[in-house]
Design a protein around this ligand. Structure first.
Ligand SMILES: C[S@@+](CC[C@H](N)C(=O)[O-])C[C@H]1O[C@@H](n2cnc3c(N)ncnc32)[C@H](O)[C@@H]1O
Length: 198
């Protein structure tokens, strides 16, 4: 919008407008790649992101559950997940309140949360070790890799559901990855390396 106001108001494609567009395009792309670079290089991970209430509810609603299932939110913070779980058989942890997920050892059926993105591998391994039926997490798009899906498959979990979405002000897209014991993947993984023939 601002771009068009700054430009020639008649919006004719004269050379000044073209030069402005080119500079704007280059600036925009530099800023975008800089954000990604800063996230990768920062010394201290920023792992506290509060999930919007409506999104946490939508995420919970994706899960088919039984009345006696025990729900677990390992990263409770505000409780936007925990408080909206559909029954009272529920437990939580949160490092800021002295309850470390990595010390948790109860039997649970459903793990559902928005985890700290700086330790996704450790989070997935710990989730697997708790042997729940469902592991359903809200993660950044860059956190979903073929290797991670394959590791979950090796542990007996299929990527049963995948939802792609955007949260305002969060970097890139976010994914709800719903892994479930003994289920098929909802995506195909092709590990062939393709080469150009011409
Ligand atoms: C991305 S935030 C999500 C918060 C909340 N689940 C939500 O969606 O609004 C991740 C949370 O995990 C917590 N956390 C990080 N490491 C933890 C650990 N080892 N055990 C428990 N909580 C941890 C952070 O303090 C932070 O509150």
């Amino acid at each position: 919008m601002v771009v068009f106001l700054i430009m020639d108001r008649t919006l004719r494609f004269n050379s000044n407008n073209m030069i402005f567009f080119v500079y704007f395009f280059i600036f925009y792309n530099i800023m975008n790649s800089k954000t990604g670079h800063n996230i990768k290089k920062r010394n201290k991970a920023n792992d506290v992101f509060i999930t919007p209430l409506t999104l946490a509810k939508k995420h919970i609603d994706m899960i088919e559950y039984k009345d006696d299932d025990i729900w677990y939110d390992p990263f409770k913070n505000s409780g936007n997940y925990y408080n909206q779980f559909p029954n009272d058989n529920k437990v939580w942890s949160e490092i800021l309140e002295g309850e470390d997920f990595f010390d948790f050892n109860m039997e649970v059926d459903i793990i559902c949360s928005n985890p700290p993105y700086s330790m996704i591998n450790e989070v997935l391994s710990k989730c697997i070790s708790l042997k729940p039926r469902v592991i359903s997490l809200l993660i950044g798009q860059g956190n979903l890799t073929t290797k991670r899906i394959e590791n979950m498959n090796k542990a007996g979990y299929g990527l049963y559901k995948l939802r792609m979405l955007k949260v305002h002000d969060w970097y890139g897209m976010s994914y709800i990855v719903h892994f479930e014991k003994d289920k098929e993947n909802c995506v195909e993984i092709d590990r062939t390396i393709y080469y150009r023939e011409n």
